[in-house]
Design a protein around this ligand. Structure first.
Ligand SMILES: [Zn+2]
Length: 164
């Protein structure tokens, strides 16, 4: 599925290039001295929350352990608990910032399951609105992302108390 958001195309290309060079864009975001550039929304001692640079919808978040592991079984109980708690709080964050009607939450484990990054396990959290599957994807296989990632980040940061 193609995505149509031409005004921010340059940033998108830059980010894609960074991703390819570095290997793991989640670790890059964790280690970054400028987390906004990597669209980091929040960080706890065990978990990071960032915007997906290839969103299915506005507000599409990735929630990942700080540890670079490919599988949930490689995480300790503290990591797993914090991941679940941070996921729960992230849902509240999106409710507060975007008022969605529902959510899709899922993980792609392994390339065959559709993981773009299969070496660092992460949860996709996608807000959904009534009618958001509109005619565009059906007739043209193109999805319109109505908000720039930087605007989404700014909006989410106004509701960060939901993550504390
Ligand atoms: Zn990683």
């Amino acid at each position: 599925m193609e995505q149509l958001w031409a005004p921010w195309r340059m940033k998108y290309i830059e980010y894609t290039t960074i991703k390819k060079e570095n290997g793991c864009f989640i670790c890059k975001a964790i280690e970054s001295k400028n987390p906004d550039e990597c669209y980091v929304v929040h960080r706890t001692s065990h978990t990071i929350v960032l915007l997906n640079a290839f969103p299915y919808n506005t507000g599409h978040l990735l929630i990942a352990p700080v540890k670079h592991v490919a599988d949930l079984s490689q995480l300790l109980q503290d990591d797993l608990c914090d991941l679940a708690i941070t996921l729960t709080k992230s849902i509240e964050l999106l409710k507060s910032a975007f008022n969605p009607d529902g959510f899709n939450i899922g993980m792609n484990i392994g390339k065959v399951a559709g993981a773009g990054l299969d070496t660092h396990v992460h949860v996709h959290l996608v807000p959904r609105w009534l009618g958001d599957t509109n005619f565009m994807p059906i007739i043209s296989n193109t999805k319109v992302i109505p908000e720039a990632l930087s605007d989404t980040l700014t909006r989410l940061k106004k509701h960060l108390e939901k993550l504390s």
